[in-house]
Design a binder for this molecule. Structure first.
Ligand code: BMP
Length: 220
């Protein structure tokens, strides 16, 4: 049985009863800014406390000076990891955030290439330099860019790739994993479904079937 490959993007409130049924079907839970603005930090913290999910990732896509990013994450240490942009550079920014998170034993993900069509890849070589220097736990690459996923996997084999853009945004379930991603981030296709639990189960089945058929092509 393939281990869970889905990170549920929670940008909207999902009741605890549903989350409890989902927890064994997902690898991670990604907390979005809209959810925190809707519920307030305290309610999000309490909700997260009640669920048993391997990795809780806070996704505010931090892009600021080190001091301010630290001031944000220190309020959310109930999470296991945090997502920041990489284009902001290292000195006085990501270097400070990374050492703070290391000290707290928390993970950092950096955005490498976004899923939407307007994302400009001209800065890719700079972004790779930043990734090399920071050596984050993982990177975010849109599932709509499978060639990039494969090339990053070859270049940074030990860095986890998490990939959004699946379902509503157009990529097919399993595409990113076949290209070398570790996890697919899926939000609306699950939480707007009439029956999110069964929808997630069907998605997991599709991913499992797809991965069985692409196995030989997954870059080592
Ligand atoms: P959905 O499956 O509903 O399209 O959600 C995708 C999730 O992934 C959202 O939380 C969004 O913030 C995030 N995301 C994305 O869509 N594209 C990116 O390039 C990076 C992201 O983090």
């Amino acid at each position: 049985m393939l281990k869970n490959r889905v990170i549920l993007a929670m940008d909207k409130y999902i009741p605890l009863e549903i989350l409890s049924e989902i927890e064994s079907e997902v690898y991670g839970l990604k907390i979005g800014l809209p959810l925190v603005l809707d519920l307030g930090l305290e309610k999000v913290r309490n909700l997260v406390k009640e669920v048993n999910i391997e990795e809780i990732i806070v996704d505010f896509k931090l892009a600021d000076i080190g001091y301010v990013m630290k001031s944000v994450v220190e309020k959310m240490l109930f999470a296991d990891s945090f997502i920041a942009h990489s284009f902001i550079g290292v000195k006085g920014s990501l270097d400070e955030l990374k050492s703070y998170l290391d000290e707290k034993e928390k993970g950092l993900y950096l955005v490498a290439s976004m899923s939407h069509s307007g994302w400009n890849n001209s800065f890719l070589s700079y972004i790779k330099e930043v990734i090399k220097e920071i050596n984050p736990k993982g990177i975010v690459i849109g599932a709509t860019k499978t060639d990039l996923i494969s090339s990053f996997k070859r270049e940074f084999p030990s860095i986890k790739i998490i990939s959004p853009g699946v379902g509503v945004q157009g990529a097919s379930y399993g595409d990113a994993i076949c290209a070398g991603a570790d996890f697919e981030i899926i939000g609306r296709s699950i939480y707007t479904a009439k029956d999110p639990v069964n929808q997630l189960k069907s998605i997991n089945k599709i991913i499992e079937d797809r991965v069985m058929n692409c196995k030989g092509r997954v870059p080592k």
